[in-house]
Structure formats: structure tokens, C-alpha cells
Design a protein around this ligand. Sequence first.
Ligand SMILES: Cc1cc2nc3c(=O)[nH]c(=O)nc-3n(C[C@H](O)[C@H](O)[C@H](O)COP(=O)(O)O)c2cc1C
Length: 167
Amino acid sequence: MDRVLGLVGSSCGGLDTRFRTELAEPAAARGWRLAITLTPTASRWLDSAGELERLRELTDLPVRSVSRLPGEPRPHPDPAYFLFAPASANSVAKLALGLADNQALTVLGDALGEPGVTIAVGYQVRDARFAHPAWQGHLAALGGAGVRLNRLDHGGPWTGVLDELDA
Ligand SMILES: Cc1cc2nc3c(=O)[nH]c(=O)nc-3n(C[C@H](O)[C@H](O)[C@H](O)COP(=O)(O)O)c2cc1C
């Protein structure tokens, strides 16, 4: 069976070293066909670190960060599973509000609430984010839509969040 995973990354600390080794490679090793989409900042960071080429070697699908042109075919199939990790405070807030001002938030926003689609979010934020007046509301909105939410461990490996896709 073709198990496509929409793997979406945003610009959190550690992305340049851990996105491939702790998320993309372990997911590929578990049999997922990766449809990777990055926020513009995440793409810039990974490009600067020489990681985009390495990510491309893990999947037959293009690694995306920009929208297609009208008339171009859609480069990714529609995955039934998404993992958004690492998810920044910025992108979590935008997803909760339905903002889709980049390709990463467009694919997630289109999938959110679709019947049969599983979305796991591993967010990495400072403790202070929990004092922001809108933050708990954003988590509640996403959780209420069935999104599986986990806070990533700043120190420990991110790989455990992949287990959310099996639950
Ligand atoms: C080195 C560095 C590390 C960062 N780490 C985080 C982080 O772990 N979590 C977070 O929410 N924002 C972090 N930020 C801030 C985000 O990169 C910033 O809010 C950005 O606008 C998010 O854009 P994006 O969600 O479109 O990727 C970091 C910024 C820098 C420069």
C-alpha cells in the first residue's frame, strides 16, 4: 500500500540538523512515502545547511515550499496522514486561525477537518508562549478539530512524535 505522509516543517531551533535525522529518515524507515512541504523560512534554513538535497534523496516526490503555478499539475498526492513538526508558535497560530499565506499552511489548512485525514502536530515553543492570551485558544481549536497535539522536547529526540500516526 502506498502510505503517503505529508511531512511539514517550520523554522524552529534544531530544524537544520534534526528534521532529517529525527523525523524524515525515521518516517521513511517506517515505510512512509514522504510528501515534504516547508515554510519559506524553514526552506531557507535547510537550504543554507545543505539539507534540502539530502531530503530530496529520501523521497520520489518534490520537496515543496512554494505554490505551483496555475495550470501546473499538483506535485503531491493528497495524503491521509500529516505530521507537522517542528511546528513554530507562529505557524500553529496561523493554522488555528485558518491563515494560509504559504504552501505549508495551505496544505495543512486544506486537510484540516477533512474526513479520514489524520494530522499530528509536534510544536516547539518557549514556556512563555503559554502566557500569551491566544495560545491556549489556538491549541483548543486544533484539538477540537481532531489534531493530535504534542509539545516537542527541546532536548530529547523528536522521533517519538511519529508514533502519533499509528495511534
Ligand atoms: C535560531 C532560531 C530558532 C528559533 N526557534 C524557534 C522555536 O523553536 N519555536 C518557535 O516557535 N519559533 C522559533 N523561532 C522563531 C521563528 O523562526 C519565527 O517566528 C518565524 O517567523 C516562524 O516562521 P514559520 O512558522 O513560517 O517557519 C526561531 C528563530 C530563530 C532565528
